[in-house]
Design a protein around this ligand. Sequence first.
Ligand code: PLP
Length: 404
Amino acid sequence: MSTRRKALKMVSTLPLVGGMLGPSLLTAKVAEEVVLKPVARDFFKELGLRTFINAAGTYTAMTGSLMHKEVTDAISYGATEYVNLDELHDKVGERIAELLECEYATVTSGAFGAMTIGLAGIMCGMDEEKVAQLPDTTGLKDEVIVQKGHSIGYTHALINTGAKIVEIETAKELEKAINDKTAMLWFLNANTENGEIKWEEFIALGKKHNVPTFIDCAADVPPVENLFKFTKLGFDLVCFSGGKGIRGPQSAGLLLGKRKYIEAARLHTPPRGTTIARGMKVNKEEVLGMMVALELYLSRDHDKEWALWESQIKLISDSALSVKGVETEIHVPQHANHVPSLYIRWDEKVVGISTDAMRKKLRDGHPSIETVGNKEQVGITTWMMEPGQERIVAQRVKEVLENV
Ligand SMILES: *Cc1c(COP(=O)(O)O)cnc(C)c1O
């Protein structure tokens, strides 16, 4: 095709432009098109919602974390094609298991959903009649043993199956509590220090009595090593949140561990319908988003990221400390939300603002900034911020403390 004909063909395919238009008119038309093209919708603004800088952390109420473009691309891709749901879960389960060097894996509806279906899988095995029977546990093992210091609200994911929680404190009590109704031993990693029994002993007790063990590691990434550590230590099942440190979809999660339990767990989830986890559906978009978020997370430079968080926290700390009467503490929680974190405290008589008022001013300001805290202190992390936002936070913290 000659250059001229190519050019004419191009012109005739331009929207609203006919082949008869002269070159100057054409330019004007194209310019108009560009100008009139609707801009991308600002949905949150349309709905009258304020977005904010997340200086708090991975909180469900604040919508968790932000996904990288590779992840949202995978989600968009998933939304444009049909695929067999079971086959997709099979393939992605195998890939995640390979990446995380464990027997098997599945993408769940959050860590909470992973706990419910993991326990349900242990309780019912591959018996589809039992699967349909839950939450009626007649004839099934339905007791889960939990250390008292680990027995916080998240155990609700376990009682969703119809099972009961049995609280113990010592290894001796745990052994005494085991009976022919014991389905599982459950460990909350975030509360490791609040229980007498630690990982290895907990696993050994399970093995000794032939009772499967499950550890909730929902908020335990970083460090990245935790994705491998607990299956290798010998826990039968391990769960993580998808939308916390891994920055996958906030409503997704990972269930890792023994194939026989995970295959059984999946019998409770869609596409099967008359089951307790029908409402814990994980469709293709989240399955792909979770897989890509995990791949991306594993490939990241974790030391560099850590150094960045440390420097950001120091910047905000230094800024707060420049105000008279203010003290700061930089700390890293041992288990769960294991990232550089800042506490800001002050003498209210010198600084003249309460912690609640300070947090409200940060929230109501421009841009809005969310923090955590109580009467004694304001808490800040930077791992859920976008790069550069730490400078805005440092500035605002100082301004508010100075009562500007
Ligand atoms: C966040 C969290 C959960 C719930 O996880 P989701 O992924 O939101 O379902 C469960 N347990 C602990 C310890 C958590 O921190």
